[in-house]
Design a protein. Sequence first.
Length: 85
Amino acid sequence: MTRETPHSPGPDELRLQAARKRQELGETIDQLMAKTDVKARAALLVHDKTPEPVREHPRRLLAVVAAGVVAGVVLWQLRRSGKWG
C-alpha cells in the first residue's frame, strides 16, 4: 500500500491535474493549427486591410468597377475605330 504524505496529491487531485493538462495541450494544439492555416490567416489579413465601406457594400464596389471597365472598353473601341478623338 502506498502512504499519502501531505505533499503528495491523491488520486482525485491527479485526475484534476491530468484534465487541466489535457485542456492546456488541446488549446496549444488549436493555437498551433491556427498559425499554420495559411488560407485563414490570409483571409483575415485581407479582411483587416479592406476598408469598412468596401466590406459593407462589396456589390456596389463591384458594380462601380464593372461600369468603369465597360466605359474604358467602349472609349478604347471608339478611339480605335476613329469615331472619337
